[in-house]
Design a protein around this ligand. Structure first.
Ligand code: ATP
Ligand code: ZN
Length: 284
């Protein structure tokens, strides 16, 4: 018995998806043009598909689980369970107008033509704000629609915003936030569920590792109390004496989110020789 997973073949989620499996210790070969692969050391069969087709394949049971952007399900809901955010493929669906066009609030968009590949999400967003606009569905290259006279505004996916900017547009509203998410069919059998639990355990330890850094530093013994308070650690920091009397080395784990703040405070508290390493897996 194998668990079948569907991943995006080419595109923005493809590398993140295969990297995640590899970091989970799952080895497979996905040569160019390959549509199917079998993991060498885990009961997993991998299908490489167009991302937009993945929800249907999972809903129909062709695949047991899949990785897609939350935006895809938000636009076109399917009977699958989205149960685990994966921390990559982060983007937002934004409303943008030509730079020179004045914009105060959403009411300025009333009566305008908006080009988008996400008509359902946009329609709901506008309706909730009581704004009536003309939604123009196009399937790609949305960002050029205003410059060719096809629309007055766009609603498109962005990550840095540089594509919009270089097309003379500015973001004025965030319509939706999205990241890659793992989905599963609703009628998974017990055996598949057991394999999924094993996979999820690894996925969560990879995610936790990505959110944390391993930090090593030297400190005079007199400063240890103050420095310890800055280092939360999993339980408490490890402490190793240095060959030089009166000095110790402290090792701990720090959350990526406030990492630079912690490093600044550590330096101020007298820490020296600070080393920071990334973590492959973190099992709590
Ligand atoms: P196609 O299916 O035709 O290849 P697509 O837009 O669905 O086009 P990608 O551009 O690879 O395919 O996007 C896949 C997913 O990656 C999106 O659905 C979204 O969740 C995510 N994503 C992350 N950042 C961005 C971004 N800057 N622009 C578009 N999508 C992004
Ligand atoms: Zn797609």
């Amino acid at each position: 018995m194998k668990l079948k997973i569907a991943l995006q073949k080419n595109g923005r989620l493809a590398d993140g998806s295969t990297d995640l499996l590899r970091k989970c210790g799952i080895r497979f070969s996905n040569g160019y043009g390959k549509l199917r692969a079998e993991a060498a050391d885990f009961p997993l069969e991998i299908f490489f598909l167009r991302d937009d087709d993945i929800p249907d394949y999972v809903a129909d049971g062709v695949a047991d689980i899949g990785v897609i952007g939350e935006n895809v399900l938000a636009e076109d809901p399917k009977p699958v369970d989205a149960f685990e955010k994966l921390g990559f493929g982060r983007c937002r669906l934004s409303l943008a107008v030509p730079k020179a066009q004045p914009y105060e609030d959403i009411s300025d968009i009333a009566g305008r033509r908006i080009a988008t590949s996400y008509p359902n999400i946009l329609r709901t967003f506008l309706k909730e704000r009581n704004v009536d606009a003309d939604i123009h569905e196009i399937s790609g290259s949305v960002e050029i629609a205003p410059s060719i006279g096809l629309a007055d505004a766009v609603c498109d996916l962005v990550s840095s915003g540089s594509t919009l900017f270089s097309n003379g547009l500015r973001e004025v509203e965030t319509v939706l936030q999205s990241e890659a998410v793992m989905v599963a069919r609703r009628d998974l059998g017990d055996e598949q569920r057991a394999i999924l639990e094993k996979l999820l355990f690894r996925v969560r330890s990879v995610k936790a590792a990505a959110q944390n850094k391993y930090i090593l530093l030297n400190a005079p013994e007199a400063k240890v109390d103050e420095i310890r308070r800055l280092l939360p650690g999993m339980r408490s920091p490890s402490m190793v004496p240095l060959a030089e009397p009166g000095w110790v080395s402290l090792h701990s784990v720090v959350d990526e989110a406030d990492f630079w703040d912690v490093v600044d405070s550590l330096k101020r508290a007298g820490a020296e020789g600070i080393l920071v390493l990334s973590i492959d897996q973190m099992i709590r």
